[in-house]
Design a protein around this ligand. Structure first.
Ligand code: HEM
Length: 407
């Protein structure tokens, strides 16, 4: 009998990044939580418990700006680069100003106005599969839905998806620490970034000349008490919103169906009570979240959980691990939408809390409700499914679902 080798604690994060762990990183997180803050072999300080992650999310001595790091986690936005970083990679006061300028156009009315488009897109995608008895949930539904919606919100032509698909997927790879990327992947990411910025520049000129009722036009021509975004900041913001707007939600929808089909009793409760979709989506953001971790840099020496993290260190905040911390959640490894308390870290926390959370929730709820109602006797064809390489933005590459019929 072969024995599984015990992974030394300082190699656990490397194991999380390893693609062989992608289908189930949660046992690794449980081991990491034995030491809330642990120094890993590659010099990263990994923070894995809810309390400590939450403390650091609120700590001004922690930076999201890679330009302040001696060894940036990401390939892009390195010092002296031609483009400014998108606001997710900045700190106050710049972050506060950019975020405020964007939020002035990201109004509840604009997001509420997307509900009808979400419902239409969900129905159209499912209607197109009515003759089938099997589909790939990712390619046929969970990916095209958020692409359609974010394109509509921003004013990016959906027909351009074949152009930006490759650029976007090359860029999200860079959310994993740079050492886990091949040279080819790094080069592809840098080229993709340049191309995506050029694409947005072209689109901004069209929108400036012919403004439409979309977010891009509003940011290009709109006025706000804080003034208008500079052109480089506008382009960086559009790239961020386009990518963040679909590369995460695809995993929310896919992970939801995966969990529901693995837990038929929950699926049945949802079918009987469609309103459970709201709590189901919320539980997904805790139980198997699209964003597993985020990296930061320390701007000063920080003492936390008995560990001294020196200034300039790379810190990985394991959001997904924090949301499985038994010190914070009752029965954390149970998929349980009806749990009473669910203050998960799925959308982060504090200053950088997800701007798209209300939109992502809407899309998730409409999608899960429709899938539960319309798919008759669905079952997973392959379990576990194949996963994309990405560790930070983690989710299946395909999810084949067979069903008797689609209403
Ligand atoms: C930030 C998760 C959907 C736009 C974040 C953060 C997380 C997150 C964890 C915090 C990042 C950090 O602290 O460094 C998710 C998940 C989503 C989702 C799980 C879907 C299920 C969206 C959508 C949009 C969006 C639909 C756009 C419409 C953003 C932006 C930020 C952000 C712009 C940066 C905010 C800032 O730095 O101030 N998201 N997101 N996200 N998200 Fe999302």
């Amino acid at each position: 009998m072969t024995q599984t080798p015990v992974i030394p604690s300082e190699k656990l994060f490397a194991q999380v990044l390893d693609p062989t762990s992608r289908a189930d990183p949660y046992p690794l997180y449980a081991r990491l939580r034995q030491t809330p803050v642990s120094l890993q072999e590659d010099g990263t300080y990994v923070v894995s418990t809810y309390r400590e992650i939450n403390l650091l999310l609120h700590d001004p001595r922690i930076s999201s700006d890679e330009r302040k790091s001696a060894h940036p986690a990401r390939t892009l936005d390195t010092p002296g680069g031609p483009n400014p970083p998108a606001f997710i990679f900045t700190d106050p006061p710049l972050h506060t100003l950019l975020r405020r300028q964007i939020m002035q156009q990201f109004t509840p009315q604009r997001i509420g106005g997307m509900q009808e488009h979400i419902e239409q897109a969900v129905n159209a995608l499912l209607d197109a599969r009515k003759q089938q008895h099997q589909f790939d949930l990712v390619q046929d539904f969970a990916y095209p839905l958020p692409v359609t919606i974010i394109c509509r919100l921003l004013g990016v032509p959906t027909e351009d998806e074949p152009r930006f698909r490759g650029w976007s997927s090359a860029l999200v790879r860079t959310l994993d620490p740079t050492e886990s990327l091949s040279e080819a992947e790094k080069q592809h990411a840098v080229q993709s970034h340049t191309q995506l910025i050029a694409y947005m520049k072209q689109l901004s000129e069209t929108r400036r000349a012919h403004p439409q009722d979309d977010l891009f036009s509003a940011l290009v021509v709109g006025d706000s008490p804080d003034g208008r975004l500079s052109e480089p900041d506008l382009l960086a913001t559009m790239v961020l919103l386009l990518i963040a707007g679909h590369e995460t939600t695809v995993n929310l929808i896919t992970n939801s169906m995966l969990a529901l089909l693995r837990h038929p009793e929950v699926f049945e409760r949802l079918r009987r009570n469609p309103d459970l979709a709201i709590a189901t989506v919320e539980e997904m953001l805790r139980y198997d979240p699209p964003v597993q971790f985020r990296t930061r840099t320390t701007l000063a020496d920080i003492s936390i959980a008995g560990v001294s993290i020196p200034k300039g260190a790379r810190v990985a905040l394991l959001l997904a691990s924090g949301s499985h911390d038994p010190a914070r959640f009752v029965d954390p490894d149970r998929f349980w939408p009806e749990r009473e308390e669910n203050e998960h870290l799925g959308f982060g926390g504090s200053d950088h809390y997800c701007v798209g959370a209300p939109l992502a929730r809407r899309e998730g709820v409409v999608a899960v409700k429709a899938l539960a109602r319309r798919l008759q006797a669905p079952r997973l064809v392959t379990d576990p499914p194949p996963y994309r390489k990405n560790a930070a933005l983690r989710g299946p590459e395909h999810l084949q679902i067979a069903f008797e019929h689609l209403n």
